[in-house]
Design a protein around this ligand. Structure first.
Ligand code: PLP
Length: 230
């Protein structure tokens, strides 16, 4: 078996173990293989090894790979910072956009989704660590953004996403994951029309087990599958 195949097996095993230890159904955690800088041939290898969902950070890079891999029946998610002038390419290309952090961006997505006569699924990205350099809306403003975005006809809000502060110990990140999970609960309790609030996109190579322990439904993993990025 190839390195990628072995890595995928290991990551799946770790996801299952973390879910069971948390008393959760392993099938409730979806693996998104993060493929920024990864060549299309290696992504194909991962798809042949059974992965069906890939996450990209840059629209132009993603467009090329998605075209190259058009024959593979896989799903693509957008997880990077989305610039307004790239929205027209992103809408419809990605099944889920994880990184919506302003009403302006949500409205731009709505406008292009309307043109394509589709409804774009999105997550609201929350900056739980309040880091100046990170994308994401502040926690206090998240519910209002969910409500406003959910009110747009061609946008459907599916939940929340976060990129927590970096620590070398996953246990230190865990309170931030808990914070996002609690925020999801609070917003879900408001029963906002047009917002499903089921998904929690959190956890990467260094901390996905902690994220699963706190309720992650989407884990975004690159390095553990494809190795260090150059
Ligand atoms: C690169 C990236 C990941 C994956 O990070 P790894 O540490 O390689 O698993 C996850 N989420 C986002 C938003 C990223 O940019």
């Amino acid at each position: 078996m190839s390195d990628i195949g072995k890595n995928i097996e290991q990551v799946h095993a770790r996801i299952q173990k973390a879910a069971r230890e948390a008393g959760r159904d392993p099938d409730a955690v979806r693996l998104i293989a993060v493929t920024k800088t990864v060549a299309a041939a290696r992504i194909r290898e991962a798809a042949e090894a059974g992965l069906d969902c890939f996450g990209e950070n840059y629209v132009q890079e993603a467009r090329e790979k998605i075209e190259t891999l058009a024959d593979a029946s896989v799903s693509w998610h957008f997880i990077g910072r989305l610039q307004s002038n790239k929205v027209k390419f992103a809408v419809g290309l990605f099944d889920l956009i994880h990184s919506v952090d302003s009403l302006k961006l949500a409205r731009e997505i709505d406008r292009h989704a309307a043109k394509h006569e589709l409804v774009q699924d999105i997550l609201v990205q929350v900056n739980v660590g309040r880091e100046a350099q990170k994308s994401g809306i502040d926690e206090e403003a998240a519910a209002a953004l969910v409500r406003d975005a959910a009110g747009l006809e061609h946008v459907r809000v599916r939940g929340l996403m976060t990129m927590p502060p970096f620590f070398d110990a996953p246990e230190k990140v865990r309170p931030y994951f808990r914070q996002l999970a609690q925020l999801r609960e609070q917003i879900a309790a408001q029963n906002i029309a047009g917002a499903e609030m089921r998904e929690l996109s959190m956890g990467m190579t260094g901390d996905f087990e902690a994220a699963i322990a706190e309720g992650a439904t989407l884990v975004r993993i690159g390095t553990a599958i494809f190795g260090e990025r150059t």
